[in-house]
Structure formats: C-alpha cells, structure tokens
Write a protein that binds this ligand. Sequence first.
Ligand SMILES: [Zn+2]
Length: 793
Amino acid sequence: MKRLVVIGFALAFFAASQGAMGAAGVRLDSNTYVKLIARGKQEATAKGLVAMDKYLCLSLGKKKLRSGKQRVKVILEARYAGLKDVDLTKLTDVRDLSSYEITVRGGPKPEIHIIGMTGDGLTFGVYDFLENDIGVTWLFPGPAGTALPKKKGFEIKAGTRKVRPEFVSRVYTGMTPGPYPDFYNSLRLHHLIFSSHAMIRIFPIEESKRLHPEIFPMKKGKRHIPKVGSKHFGHGEHWHPCYTNPKTVEVATTKALKFFKRRDGLTFSLGINDGTRLQCDCKDCKKVGWPQSYYQFVNKVADNVKEYYPPFLIGVLAYGDVEIPHKDLKLAENVLVLGSGSDKFMGKAKHLGVYEYLYGWGFWVPNFPLKIMKSNALVHRKMGAMAIHAEVHPVWAFDAPKVYIRSRLLWNADYDVDAGLERWCNAAFGKGAEPMLKFYRLWASKRDKDLKPDGITFPTDISVFRVSNAHFAPLSDDDYDKCAAWLAQARKQANDPVVSKRLDMIEPFFDYSRIAFKMWQLKRTVFESGKDKNWAALAGQALALKQRREGLLKSMRAHKEWFYGTRSTVDRMLSVVWEGRWTWTVFYENDNAIRTALYNAGLSNLPLPKTLPEPYQMFSKASKRTRLNLEKFDQAIGYYHDHIYNQMNVTPRPGIAEFRLNTKAPKKIPDDTPHAWMSPNRLKLSWFRASTPLSQDKYYAFDVTVTGAKGKVDIRIHNENDCGMKIWLQEEFGAKAEARTKRLLLKPVPKWGTGVGRPVSNWSVEIIFTPSATDATFNGECSVNLVEFDGAK
Ligand SMILES: [Zn+2]
C-alpha cells in the first residue's frame, strides 16, 4: 500500500511540473484573509506553519492572517512525517527526500499549495516561498539578521515549480540551529549521508576484546590491544582493525544489516578512525597491501548488504592513510566515498561526496572565496557528488554572505553568486548596499585569484589556518583604508537604525582585523634591528594597538548576539584553549614588540615615552645579561622529511650558533616524492633547529642574523609545541646577497596544551630556507641571552 502511494506521489509531481497554470496569479496584501491549512501529520507540518504564519504577518503588515476581505487559501502539506515512513527503495531520486512543489492558482478560489514528501521537504518549500516569492532574506542569526521586504503587497505568479536540491545531503559543522532557528532553517540543510570515523563504533575496544579479539591489528608479531575506555583519537582510537580477518567483515556486515533494517539512515559508515593509525601487519594484510586491504574489506561488506541498494549505501572516508586510491581500485556500486579530495575516486566509486573546509573562525580577514564556491559547485555536480559536508564555523561579521551563497549553491549549482551577493547586500544595507558590495568584492578578489578552473579549489587552504603571515602578506594599508571608507559610507547612505545595527557588528571585527594587520606590520619594523630607530615611538604604537585590541574584545564579549548560531566565540577566536598549537602569533608578537622596543631604547640610552605605564618601565633597565648556549642541533630530524629538506651545517661556538647551507647535499627533490608540494619549485628546503632551556618567569633576548640570496627564510621561535610558532618572521632575498638582523626580547608563553596546560621548559629556534634557484646562498647565526631587569617579578 505504502509503495503505491509513493509511486503515485512521484507521478503526480512529474505531471504537475509539465505545464504552467497560465491564468492570473494570487495577490497577497494587508487586505488578504489568509486561510492557512495544514495537511499531514502535525509533527511534519508544524515548523512550516509557524514560519509561514510569522513571516506572512510581518511581510503583509498584519497582526493575524485571518483578517481582511480577499480570501486566499495557503495549504501546507507533508505526505510523510519523516524518513522512516517513506519506502526509500521506491524513490526514483533520493534527492526527493528534500524536494517540494509549490503551486499557485488564481481565479475565484485563489490558492497556494506547498507540498513536500516529508516535513523537512515542506519546511524547505515554505522558506523558498518566503524568500523568493515574498522577499524575506535571512542574513545571519539574531534579531538584526532578518530583512523583510520593503513593500507590503505581492503578486504571486500562477504556476507550479518543483524543486529538488543539487545534492542529497547538505551538512555544515561549527553552526547550531539555536537560538534563532529560522535562520538555520532558511539554509535548507539536510543531514542524510554520514561517512564519519566509524571503526571505533563498529569495533568498540571492550566489546571486541571480549567477543572477537582477533579483529585487533598485529604489530611485529604481537596483537595490539588498545586501552579500554579511551575513545579519543589521541589515545585508543589510533588503530585499524585487521581488515583481512573474516571476523572483521562479519561483524561490520551484521551491524550494517541491523542499521539498514532499522532504517537509521541512508549510509552505514565504514570510515576509518581519526588520528595516526596503526595498520595491521599480519601475513594476510601484508600480502594484499595497503590501502587495498581496507578497500577489499569495504567491498566485501558492501557486497553482503547489496540487497538494500538502492538507496542504502556503505560510506567511506577518503582520509588519512586511505585517501589515495590504488590505481586498479574499483569499489562496489553501493559504496559512497566522502572526502576533500574525493575527485580522486572518480571512475572508481559510483557515489561521491565532498568534504570541504569553509572556515571563518581561524582567519583574521574575511575568507570569502566567491567565485571559487561557484566553480566548485559545478565541479561537484560534474562529479555526481551526492553529499556536501562543510566545516564552516562562521564569524558572522565576515562570513554571513558566504554562508548565504554557499547554501543556495547546495540547491542549484547554476546559482548566480554575483546576483546572490547583490541581493544579500541590498537586503542587509538598503541604500548603503553599493559600498558594502565593494567591501565584500575586495575580499573575494583576494581569494578568487587562487581559482583553478579545471578542478576543485579548496575554499580554505587549511595550511594557512591561523597563520597571520599568510593572511596579511597579500594585503595593504590601501585595502584597509578603502574598506573603512566603504563601511562609513554605508552607514551614512543607509541612515537606517537596522542597517546601523548590522554595521555595528561588522565594524569591530573589521577594526580587529585592521589592528592585527598593523601589529603584523609593526613587528617587522621592531624586530629588525641594526638601525637607529625611534624605539620609544614604536613602543608607544605597539602599546596603543594592544589597548585598542583589548577595548574591542571587551565590546565583542558584551554582544552575545554576534555569536548566535556559530561555534565561534570571542574566546575561541582568542584561542586560549589552543595555546601551543597553531596559535595566533600576532598578539604574542605585539606584546614582545613592546618589550623589545623598550629594551632597545634602554640599550641606546634613548628616552622612553612619557605616558609609559609602570609595568613597562623596567624593560629599558636591564641589569644583567647571561649568554646561553643553543644546543640539540640534531633534534627532530624525523620531523623534516629527508626527501624534502636538507639539514644545515652547524658550527657551535660558546654562546653562538652558526648555520649554513650544506652545499654537498642534493638540491633537487626527486619526481613523485610525497609532500613535494611543500617546495614551490622542487628544490630542497634547508632547516636549522636548536633549543635552550628556560625559566618561565624570565626574559630572553634573541639576536639573529641571516644573510642570503635567491630565496625566502622563515624564522620561528617558540616554546614546547612545534605548531605554536610564537614568533614567525618571513624574509625574502633578492638576487644579491643581503643581511638581515633581528633582535627579539621574548617572554615564554604561560603554558602549553589544552585544558589546564603544562609549564613550558625550553625555547626552540627554527630557521627554514626555501631557495628560489639552485645557486641560492644562505647562512646565519643566532645567540640567546637571559636578561634580568630591575624590578621584574
Ligand atoms: Zn591483518
């Protein structure tokens, strides 16, 4: 019975979409008596009803819909309450789980009829109608985030439109529906396909130990049994089961069958665990090879559950050590591969999904890949991608139009992104739209220059996540000046309190970005020593930037609504929990720039700024300097891949470390080398690294001189964790050899690691030289002094 209903539904859909209704449309205005009717189960229609009632009232300027003279029926219908009620095996197109149909009939009994196969489909239809026929724009979550149409009367054209999304499953992470769910609903997302890390759930450690310990991997002849109770990838999760063991296939099959029988979702995930994984080295696994042993396991499980296809699928994550498929790989028809590089599986898997990074949080500047998003959507469609899974973590002040446009592309890859940006700006800023269009277009141009027309361009290059040098290097004072002028112009031209509220949110984030940019510029001046500079003035500038930043943070913290519906908070942006890993360097650098400038002023007997706060005064009065020795020159050799890097030659002298290129080492990176992308021109990079112990409450002066030609140098000084580049300077060398001298007075970070944090115990100096030609030259030296100040606590 159910099957017939589904087929009937599909046919009715099709017939209706053939011909438009012609005839006159329907007028909605303040005089319209709107009879809102629900058909279908209450739980399926409730969301749509509430939204239609609320936004029609607001848009028509009515207190209640059932008032006025001209009667119009608005029927909202959901055929099924949810996924579990639909006979999925009879679906001709899985996208119909989100689809809806809107029919508008004029004449003596005017009617608007929105019908979705499920409650979700109906809700999507309601939001489409409100957005495209009425003109409501959901800009971002929160009270200032909804833009209503300016007019109060609407002519809705007669006819029928059936809408299917471009992609079956549309998922964002880093966002929450609450506390303003209307905005979230307007994005029309639908989490239907899961391909997450799953081995740890299919093979929980305790259960597997008890029932089938043979699934655990072999390591050098011994079975590796992870610790029970450790769930996170840092601990118990970093292992692969033995994929060639028949028991492994049997357990996964049993669980997949149970999942499909219960209709828990469309995809049963066989995604590998997260973290660095131990691979089984038993005889059988070794014979099959890696990652073939994994994909052979996937195919076996897929084959065992193929009676459920279509539409049920086995999900795979193209990730970590299974992300590059073997050239002969052919996956079963009912396998879906999800990953950021899933295009590598074209021709190898029938169903693909895309995992993308679209971060806002983690960037000091608006990360707005406008044309890249469009180009990617077309590639995704060409790939036949079913699922898009994006890590978004928006900072609304910068990312609201990005999220708006990305979401529309999920429904239609042909969506005009330029028109989308215009609509968003018109709705958000009214008469101030023009300058704000320029604002967002400028940021888009910074990213869209990276567009690769032939394939997927990563919307976020995750290697520049939180790397302030990479964010600021392509920018100029002029960029910031223009943007500041456009913001001011928008406020003036709009002259509207709601628009002002929106600009009130954008401005502090923009100022924050600008301050960080100025700090980034200033640190380069302060840390470049060897010239007479007005150290007191430089210290004053750095201090003023610090104070302005603190003021902005205070004001951001006072506005909870700027962070509604996103997991990006001020404190997450500040990254205290990430201290020690991929940390923002720019604020730490600025603090050290203040101390360094004052220290230099003291060394040169220059006067201090008159208004210098008391805690800073001591930095010009060094009482004692103790030379320290850099050591452990050969540490972390495994960290630098030998085939990409050469180690520099080092000559240690008491208190000073000299380093130079090893001219005898090979200069070129062989073809087909993994990680070859780390070198822009296939020339080997060279590294120097050394460390010295520290006391947490003391200060240290680093003097670094580097001399080079034809290349680029990265100078990083940090504490415990490799990823936390506490000071990160970059220098380019031209054709003629030049010397650059740096002096940095540094304070160790208070702690490292997440949670309570661990005390730090040493400094690491890391120098990486990237040559631009085979005859590049480079050498340098570094010394470190413990500096004690009068009055230091
Ligand atoms: Zn094995």
